[in-house]
Design a protein around this ligand. Structure first.
Ligand code: NDP
Length: 609
């Protein structure tokens, strides 16, 4: 069999793939550090002020609760809201939401930084649009609209009535005598719940860089997930008028930095962007929702659109691409769809080697386009050069923005590129990078969220299950679940999120599937008059083995990537990267597996008593 001619499949290859690969590896090597994930400091003790809630009035008090509910849902973001919605629809009314923030919204409650928006299409991303009869204003929603929608979901399903907001769990313990969970909180509560669903969120605990001198800085400082509008003025749409006479420094150019930097550039007297690794910035193309299009939508349209998007971004084929945006374009070119198109052209299946080569070359092409875009937009060629990402598209979260790169054409904006090394030191007046001190009035950390630390550390509490076993112990060697949703020894306790399930670009889609599944399980258990549902030890063991066998850690791919939270900061093995431990079936098949399991009807793998 003759090897496929890649130029015939991909068109003109006007670059040298070997040279590009070497460049990628050398850029990765510059950034690899021995301390990996340990380079970040935990936001406790002297750093805990970075996670105070700036959006509530101080002094909130309430009487502690010593009551009982049927269902407690921890977390008021999309995971918790979807869980509550599906439970209400399944006939459960006695539900209590427990949330540390002052309101519902989860990530959209905390992340109100200027320019915050969702880069997944709103018609797919915002949950329960048909249930609430709501149509988003734009193709990509701005944060305030998403926060408002979260509150509307809570109103629609009457979740405020019994909610405990501004309440953090301190302990959760299984009480064998009552067959219930005892939940203790920082408000002095000691309540009981028959079922508990944990929807803590995957990127919920901010992290700070362990840069020498971080505590010495005397100017104003905050993390992007706790934006201080009292200091900057303005709101999520911009208008940061108080910065007109301020020198601002920002560390971090990930998806968050990319969205807020254009506003800082517009308003600060001087802005210094301290860059360790540039993000890949693709075209955004936002637009207002066309009411004529919206009027044509038929009942069931949102599920159809979400399924269509999910299939395409998971490498599957669809006759039409309903969303037709940057995500589906990337996936069409860099996943199984591209291989299928190439096979059709060739008249035979690609070999494994050909497929890998095709993907790598397509990736180079895509990233060449991204790098060229930086050249076209940024006036100063030396600055454009520093903004070029040298890694494969999925080494880091792809970003889409139409003003970010343009910001570097402003006179008042300086890109301080640190050649992969990061900021050297923080002083009382500012930052030292590349050996030079930059004096600033305000330092903003756009340094992201903890990934790869233990689940219970990120949650902020441990769970003591049957026989006094803690979840941190049970998961000390890695996650152990059945279907990603429950664990042996922790009856009636369920996890939503990224725990050994399948991930999709549109995260609320996965959360909705999990919520539907759990509502089915709990509903069935209730209809059979049972008190507890628990994964059997055997089912958990088999499921963990299945995960280990199928998990798409992509370790070879990630080993060649520049460090980041996707690949355990470049540490070998990538056992704690964001996508480690995901079910290898991928989201489309995984959701089908869950659906078939439900249809089977016998709750195989769970023990009811
Ligand atoms: P990230 O973890 O993606 O980015 C952190 C940034 O901080 C990186 O640029 C990192 O550089 C930089 N950094 C860390 N330490 C140092 C240091 N010592 N010196 C200099 N720079 C440093 O966090 P984000 O908050 O940007 O994004 C987190 C995730 O949240 C996204 O990946 C995305 O999943 C989600 N998100 C989604 C949005 C949406 O539109 N849906 C919008 C915003 C966020 P380096 O790359 O070198 O590590």
């Amino acid at each position: 069999m003759q090897a496929a001619n890649m130029a015939e499949l991909l068109g003109d290859l006007d670059f040298d793939p070997t040279a590009l690969k070497e460049k990628y590896l050398s850029e990765r090597d510059k950034r690899i550090r021995d301390d990996g994930n340990q380079q970040y400091v935990e936001v406790t003790a002297e750093f805990s002020r970075y996670i105070d809630d700036p959006y509530v009035d101080p002094g909130f008090t309430r009487d502690p609760l010593f009551d009982e509910v049927e269902v407690a849902i921890i977390g008021g973001g999309f995971g918790g809201l979807l869980m509550a919605a599906r439970m209400k629809e399944a006939g459960f009314d006695d539900i209590r939401m427990i949330e540390k923030a002052g309101d519902f919204g989860g990530t959209w409650y905390w992340n109100r930084y200027p320019g915050a928006m969702c880069d997944v299409e709103s018609y797919c991303y915002l949950p329960l649009l048909e249930e609430l009869n709501y149509m988003p204003k734009n193709k990509y929603s701005f944060a305030p609209e998403i926060l408002e929608h979260s509150k509307n979901i809570a109103r629609h399903y009457n979740l405020y009535d019994n909610a405990c907001l501004q309440t953090s769990i301190t302990n959760m313990t299984w009480e064998p005598s009552s067959q219930k969970w005892i939940i203790e909180t920082d408000r002095g509560d000691k309540m009981r719940a028959r079922y508990v669903a944990m929807a803590n969120g995957p990127l919920s605990r901010p992290k700070l860089p362990g840069i020498k001198g971080i505590n010495d800085y005397k100017g104003h400082t905050f993390h992007t997930s706790r934006w201080d509008y009292n200091y900057t003025g303005g709101n999520s749409y911009g208008n940061l008028t108080n910065l007109k006479d301020k020198r601002v420094g920002i560390i971090g150019t990930g998806a968050t930095g990319v969205q807020c930097i254009p506003h800082l550039g517009e308003w600060a007297k001087e802005l210094y962007v301290f860059q360790r690794t540039p993000s890949s910035i693709d075209v955004r193309n936002n637009g207002e929702t066309d009411p004529n299009w919206a009027a044509t939508l038929q009942p069931g349209w949102q599920k159809e659109r979400m399924d269509n998007f999910n299939t395409l971004v998971s490498g599957g084929d669809q006759e039409v691409d309903l969303v037709a945006d940057g995500w589906t374009d990337i996936m069409r070119n860099l996943t199984g769809i591209a291989a299928k198109i190439a096979s059709r052209k060739l008249g035979r299946k690609l070999t494994k080697g050909e497929r890998a080569e095709l993907m790598e070359l397509s990736d180079y092409k895509k990233m060449n386009f991204i790098r060229q875009r930086a050249e076209e937009v940024v006036n100063d060629p030396s600055v454009a050069e520093k903004l070029k990402p040298w890694y494969r598209q999925f080494c880091k979260r792809p970003c889409f923005h139409d003003e970010y790169l343009h910001t570097y054409n402003r006179e008042n904006v300086t890109l301080v590129d640190t050649q992969g090394k990061g900021v050297d030191e923080i002083t009382s007046n500012g930052l030292i990078a590349n050996g030079k001190e930059y004096e600033i009035d305000c330092l903003i950390f756009a340094t992201g969220f903890e990934v790869g630390t233990s689940y219970t550390r990120r949650a902020g509490y441990d769970i003591i299950g049957r026989g006094g076993q803690s979840l941190s112990d049970h998961w000390s060697e890695g996650l152990r679940t059945f279907q990603g949703l429950t664990s042996h020894g922790f009856p009636n306790c369920f996890f939503l999120g990224f725990t050994q399930t399948a991930i999709t670009v549109n995260v609320p889609h996965a959360l909705n599937e999990q919520a539907k599944h759990l509502a089915h399980i709990i509903g069935k258990a209730k209809s059979q008059n049972t008190h507890t549902i628990e994964a059997t030890g055997m089912a958990e063991e088999e499921y963990v083995a299945e995960i280990r066998k199928t998990a798409s850690t992509g370790s070879r791919f990630y080993a060649e990537c520049t460090p980041g939270y996707y690949n355990s900061e470049g540490q070998r093995g990538n056992t704690a990267g964001f996508f480690s431990d995901m079910h290898g079936a991928g989201p489309v098949r995984f959701f089908k597996i869950l659906e078939q399991w439900r249809a089977q009807g016998d709750l195989e793998g769970l023990e009811l008593s």
